[in-house]
Design a protein around this ligand. Sequence first.
Ligand SMILES: Cc1cc2nc3c(=O)[nH]c(=O)nc-3n(C[C@H](O)[C@H](O)[C@H](O)COP(=O)(O)O)c2cc1C
Length: 392
Amino acid sequence: MATLKTSILGIDFENPFILASAPPTAKIESIDKAFSLGWGGAALKTITPDNLEMVEASQRYATWKSGGKVCGFENIELLSHLTVQQWLDGIKYLKQKHPTKVQIASIMAPVVKEEWQKLVVTFNRSGIDAFELNFSCPHGMPEKGIGMAIGTSPEISAMITQWVMEVAEKPVFVKLSPNVTNIVEIAEAVEKAGASGFAAINTVQSLMGIDLDSFEPMPNVNEQSTFGGYSGMAVKPIGLRCVAQVRQNSKLPILGIGGISNWRDAAEYMAVGADAVQVCTEVMINGYKIIEQMKNGLLAYLEDKGFESPMDLKNKAIDKLITHKTLDKSRQVYPRINDELCIKCGKCVMICDESEHSALRLENGHIAVDLNKCVGCSLCSHVCPKTAIKMR
Ligand SMILES: Cc1cc2nc3c(=O)[nH]c(=O)nc-3n(C[C@H](O)[C@H](O)[C@H](O)COP(=O)(O)O)c2cc1C
């Protein structure tokens, strides 16, 4: 029998599904509800010193939809609006009511040693299980020299991590930004400075779109906007890549984040090195109850694969990620067309012709492949509206 239980740095998780620091973890009552519904833990909405100004814009979200479904989500929201004392009371309440649930205090402060250390000391014995350092919010905060302004500099990231480690009594995860040329450089710097683990990724800096009548950018804040943070399904490939790159260079625990909307996404993150995962946008769109399908799906998968726990799944794909140079290029695949599914629309023929290879043609009522011209790139299989093409 498989279990979803897992353990990270001595912290026991009922299951590896954690709410990411965001609106679903901004209120004590809602975290209470999420824990009752089955979430294994919560990274609390980022806590800051009470005197850090936090004035929100309206509206603060924009979405990219396809077929009515939210694929990409942009926000320009700032951090928690609860005071430090409200969080202290809330964490204590939650710990008493849900002793087996993991609470991670996400924190951010100006680049001042005393400010960071004061926050850590204040929360050390509050009932939290770990800290998460938000070095990665890409909007609003970088203008104040914090958030992503910290996480894009290996030196500043390392310096603050060191300050935090001097006083932290709980494990410290550094939340990394994808908005850097080399995420490994930042991960290495904070690991050397003593970080216990990583959380990756925060949102991807973005601009959702422009209204072509008014030329107002989105999200529209009184006819203007600012660059925001992109999340949701669309960012999963970026998050997976970041987690894999960090894992290739570090053995520290990683909390995988970015575009996780079901158990499969979570399993993929684990396969490239995540010890557990965090979810935000999918919960904002569909509510806490998605935890049910996530837990059931992952458990069934673990059992099916003969894995005892999420720990057995960790890193399963990591050795398969190599350099382009070392990929085995000795074998080539070709398109196999399923004539029963093919509607002879000719799209694959047109695309193959216009994108370099001209290897397909419509011949005697079916698609013929010129094996001398086909390079096995797979473009035809991706554009086929009927998924009638498989690469073999
Ligand atoms: C509306 C919104 C607010 C967020 N606020 C925070 C925050 O306060 N602190 C933080 O570390 N990350 C914050 N995030 C980032 C998420 O925790 C997460 O890293 C990101 O959204 C990617 O995960 P997802 O694709 O599951 O949403 C926020 C994201 C959203 C959408």
